[in-house]
Write a protein that binds this ligand. Structure first.
Ligand SMILES: Nc1ncnc2c1ncn2[C@@H]1O[C@H](COP(=O)(O)OP(=O)(O)OP(=O)(O)O)[C@@H](O)[C@H]1O
Length: 331
């Protein structure tokens, strides 16, 4: 659906050159919610702007919905952009237009009839839960409501792709959750592909199917969110559990230290009790957490096993056989 191949973007010239993207390749499948996670200055805005060609890459290829974006002439590009909706951190609403007027705007630009516009606007306001605010002005709305108007406006021309530029960064945690929930519903109901850029791990955990981690203009990691979070050696895991004691060292029981990720069904089993019963080892819990990543429960346990060497080896072998993601950091 969206593909970047070897995309680089350098701003400025000569000694003023700033490389914002370095050889970025990524692939977003149809119907996915794909997150690009990165700190300030990582190149996220540049990346999203290279997708709809608000910024032209210095080198590389950009494909959106089967179109080679860099080969399009001005008219074709205008049509292609109608298939790409966008929402923004600061909403970018017209303050002099009502909610309905804001949502109607792209339809007016596209030359749609008044009747069609009226019907479509009503339908969209219902979708985002703002039917009762049609005649309000942006200044009379909360941040979350403003972003809902932004979403309705972006969806008006029935885009195939929605780009979200830090859409929840200016919102409080509860409003963030409700706007993310709306995006997830829209993704499911309309089969809309969503690419969002964010610096918030919570956003990735709550709605993204896949993620690319961007650091200093490079994609350092890319894949399914659950798979990456569950593997202790990944950057996403490290970002997700920043205070992990595996590296800092906690009070040791002198045993074999194990870090375990429990995904889905595995997270519901009494794993430590099983080890104790079956192998006669003691499991000393050092750290643990259980949370939702999208709709999957993902648990993380850090513990030490003590007991006779063969028993500990047996317990570790058992964990491996169970297909549990297992890492035994050096003690
Ligand atoms: N128009 C420009 N001219 C020169 N340098 C730029 C321009 N736009 C961005 N940059 C530089 O490119 C790099 C990436 O910037 P970009 O805005 O893409 O990052 P970002 O991850 O979106 O950051 P933030 O989250 O702070 O918006 C930064 O070093 C930035 O200073």
């Amino acid at each position: 659906m969206i593909e970047l191949r070897g995309v680089s973007k350098v701003y400025g010239q000569g000694r003023q050159e700033v490389p914002a993207l370095r050889n970025v390749s990524l692939r977003v499948e149809y119907g996915e919610v794909f997150g690009v996670l990165g700190q300030s200055g990582a190149g996220k805005s540049t990346l999203i702007r290279c997708l709809n060609l608000l910024e032209r890459p210095t080198t590389g290829e950009v494909r959106v919905d089967g179109r080679d974006m860099l080969s399009l002439g001005p008219d074709e590009l205008r049509v292609a952009r109608q298939g790409i909706g966008m929402i923004f951190q600061h909403f970018n609403l017209f303050s002099s237009r009502t909610v309905a007027g804001n949502v109607a705007f792209p339809l007016e630009v596209a030359g749609c009839s008044r009747v069609h516009i009226r019907e479509r606007v009503a339908e969209l306001l219902e979708l985002v839960g703002l039917s009762d605010k049609a005649n309000a002005y942006p200044a009379q709305l909360s941040g979350g409501q403003k972003q809902r108007v932004g979403i309705a406006r972006a969806l008006a021309p029935r885009p195939r792709v929605l780009l979200s530029d830090e859409a929840t960064s200016a919102l409080d945690p509860e409003t963030t959750r409700s706007v993310l929930g709306l995006l997830r519903d829209i993704n499911r109901q309309l089969g809309l592909t969503i690419l969002l850029i964010t610096h918030q791990m919570e956003v990735v955990k709550s709605i993204c199917d896949s993620v690319a981690v961007l650091e200093r203009g490079r994609v350092v990691e890319q894949g399914k969110v659950v798979d990456l979070i569950a593997r202790p050696s990944t950057r996403l895991h490290e970002l997700c559990y920043p205070t992990s004691s595996t590296r800092n060292g906690v009070v040791s029981q002198g045993g074999r230290r194990v870090e375990l990720s429990l995904v889905g069904e595995h997270s519901t089993r009494p794993i430590l009790t099983t080890l104790a019963r079956r192998f006669g080892v003691d499991a000393w819990l050092l750290e643990g957490s259980m949370e939702r990543v999208g709709e999957t429960r993902v648990g993380r346990l850090l513990f030490e096993l003590t007991g006779p060497r063969e028993a500990v080896d047996g317990a570790l072998g058992f964990l491996r056989e169970q297909g549990l993601t297992l890492e035994a950091p050096h003690v």
